[in-house]
Design a protein around this ligand. Structure first.
Ligand code: RB5
Length: 144
């Protein structure tokens, strides 16, 4: 299983913590950067993560900026991407089960590393339930 990761300058440290954590759980990570604290533009990295998932280069994506919002908006503009931006584990879990999200985002200025690990665990460990949710996910994708 391959996870695409991306972040802006606000989230280099948390990205490195989460990258190491995800790898320790047995996932391969493609790191699209950024890897410096130089100010940069989150849409660039959100798009990279979104495109990697949409093309099949990666199975899922995790993207981090200051709030998780901007990078999530960017990733979600790529056709085929369903983003969960969250700051607690329950939403991460339900977004996998009901919305079949394929990109997770959160904010380095919002959550600490332990909360981020819990969010990632819930997101990676839950599966899409399909069934009645498929019609709704299909409707989401028709909006594109
Ligand atoms: C960068 O200052 C900040 O705007 C960015 O990390 C993010 O929070 C945007 O949504």
């Amino acid at each position: 299983m391959i996870i695409a990761m991306g972040n802006d300058h606000a989230a280099v440290e948390l990205k490195n913590e989460i990258k190491a954590y995800v790898e320790s759980r047995g996932y391969e990570v493609i790191d699209f950067g950024t890897n410096t604290s130089d100010s940069c533009d989150y849409p660039v990295y959100g798009e990279k993560v979104g495109r990697a998932v949409a093309s099949g280069e990666a199975d899922y994506g995790i993207a981090i900026c200051g709030t998780g919002i901007g990078i999530g908006i960017a990733a979600g503009k790529v056709k085929g991407i369903r983003v969960c931006t969250c700051s607690e584990p329950f939403s991460a879990r339900m977004s996998r089960r009901h919305n079949n999200t394929n990109v997770l985002t959160f904010g380095a200025r919002v959550v600490g590393v332990e909360m981020a690990r819990m969010i990632v665990d819930e997101w990676l460990d839950n599966q899409y339930e399909g069934g009645r949710h498929q019609r709704r996910v299909d409707l989401l994708m028709e909006i594109e």
